[in-house]
Write a protein that binds this ligand. Structure first.
Ligand code: AMP
Ligand code: GLY
Length: 424
């Protein structure tokens, strides 16, 4: 098979790595890819959002399966374009991608379909937001820009002052541009956060091992929200009865309602869950694999990814069962100075050869590029270092040992990924 993976992050590096292990895969293209995928696969210099050029490429190269990593091309309608041209692609239509593309759409969808989520209100201006604050909200409240903001448009506000500042940033300063045309304010949910993803052909699902993302920039969950600074996936994250509850109360009704509302969902449905005392509630939906969650779950994936995705496209997912190892997987993101704000690029990265020789370590590239035989930083999240082992403690130790030999100016990472968690 000839495969095209769209995107240029560590998630896409991991997808290409896993899919290339299938005996039926001969060729993997990554568009646009990064300095890591360039060495192992073939990078194609087409931006992930250049939908027409990607479809032209897939057609010309007789690509048999396209996998979309990031949300932006899905929200822009890449699945619709590929479907019109009869090109097989894993990912939802533009309409179904609204589950991630618009928080207002997702909240209204959940409300009308009784899918458990936080109480919320929607507003379209700073003045409306201020009025909401006069109503009966308990602090903290969560203020969210409606549209895509790479995980950065969400503010947990512990006082009215902080809530006004978040509203000001979104509505007046237009920090997130069009994504801030509408704002969601919602009640703060308490509990453990879990990323729960499934492969789905619209009706059947193949559950993906549960994982947990570390969203805040700094240790002890301090600092601003990021796209994700690390993740773990361990067998004990979610119990069997709780998983059944998530499938019955959240995943199945969501898929059924998407179909009955005329937007059947195909691809990966990702529910960001808060496991509250009252049961699992949805914090957000994503319409694709998580990053960095993918880097840990694929370390535990023991089946043939190309075959699974082919069945997904052919709507025969009910015939597939995926195997997941009982191992504990962890990954840590190394970011550039300044991330998640403005960051520096072009710093020389050293030590990767040495880390590659280390026991059990997988380094996935994100914002990297090669220039005159040197590897340079070229993004906010630069590398994801991952390992899976029999215990979480062992995997964590291996990852941090590998990070210790990697260097670039200004690099920063969290030192507490996988800490304070019991793996058994
Ligand atoms: P979102 O992009 O909506 O998932 O929000 C990003 C992060 O903010 C989530 O992963 C949570 O850590 C946090 N968050 C969002 N909504 C809530 C909420 N209602 N209660 C508590 N934390 C939240
Ligand atoms: N790590 C969270 C996400 O992929 O949205």
């Amino acid at each position: 098979m000839r495969i095209l993976v769209i995107g240029g992050g560590a998630r896409e590096h991991a997808i290409a790595w896993k899919i290339s292990q299938s005996t039926r895969v001969q060729k993997v293209f990554v568009a646009p890819g990064n300095g890591g995928t360039e060495q192992e696969f073939e990078n194609i210099p087409i931006a992930a959002t250049d939908v027409a050029s990607l479809a032209d490429f897939a057609e010309a190269q007789a690509v048999e399966l396209t996998v979309v990593g990031p949300e932006a091309p899905l929200v822009a309608g890449i699945a619709d374009e590929f479907s019109q041209r009869r090109l097989p692609l894993v990912g939802p239509s533009r309409q179904a991608a609204q589950l991630e593309g618009s928080k207002v759409f997702a909240k209204d969808f959940m409300a009308r379909n009784s899918i458990p989520t936080a109480r919320y209100a929607t507003m379209t201006s700073y003045a409306e937001g201020e009025k909401q604050l006069d109503a009966d909200w308990k602090f903290p409240v969560v203020v969210k820009a409606d549209g895509l903001a790479a995980g950065k448009g969400v503010f947990i506000c512990s006082s009215e002052k902080e809530a006004r500042a978040a509203l000001d940033l979104i509505c007046n300063q237009r920090k997130f541009g069009e994504a801030g045309n509408r704002v969601v304010m919602e009640e703060y949910l308490q509990g453990h956060e879990t990323s729960y993803m499934v492969f789905t052909d619209g009706r059947s699902v193949v559950p993906i091992a549960a994982s947990q993302d570390y969203k805040r920039a700094l240790d002890m969950d301090q600092g601003p929200n990021t796209g994700g600074m690390g993740a773990i996936s361990i067998p004990s994250l979610i119990s069997e009865p709780l998983e059944q509850r998530v499938l019955a109360e959240i995943i199945s009704p969501t898929l059924a309602a998407m179909e009955s509302e005329g937007a059947p969902f195909q691809g990966v449905l990702y529910a960001g869950l808060m496991l509250t005392a009252e049961g699992p509630k949805v914090l957000e939906f994503n319409v694709r694999l998580g990053d960095p969650e993918t880097e840990v779950v694929l370390l535990r994936f023991q089946s043939d990814l190309a075959q699974l995705l082919t069945c997904l496209i052919n709507k025969s997912l009910r015939t597939v069962q995926a195997g997941w190892s009982r191992q504990c997987a962890v990954c840590v993101v190394i970011a550039a100075q300044g991330y998640p704000g403005d960051y520096q690029s072009g710093r020389i990265i050293t030590g990767l050869e040495k880390s590659r020789e280390m026991n059990n370590i997988k380094v996935f590239h994100a914002g990297t590029r090669r220039h005159h035989n040197q590897l340079l930083t070229a993004g906010g999240r630069v590398l994801t270092v991952a390992a899976a082992s029999d215990t979480l403690e062992e995997a964590v130790g291996q990852v941090y040992e590998a990070i210790a030999v990697i260097h670039f100016d200004g690099m920063h990472y969290r030192s507490d990924i996988g800490a304070r968690i019991k793996s058994k």
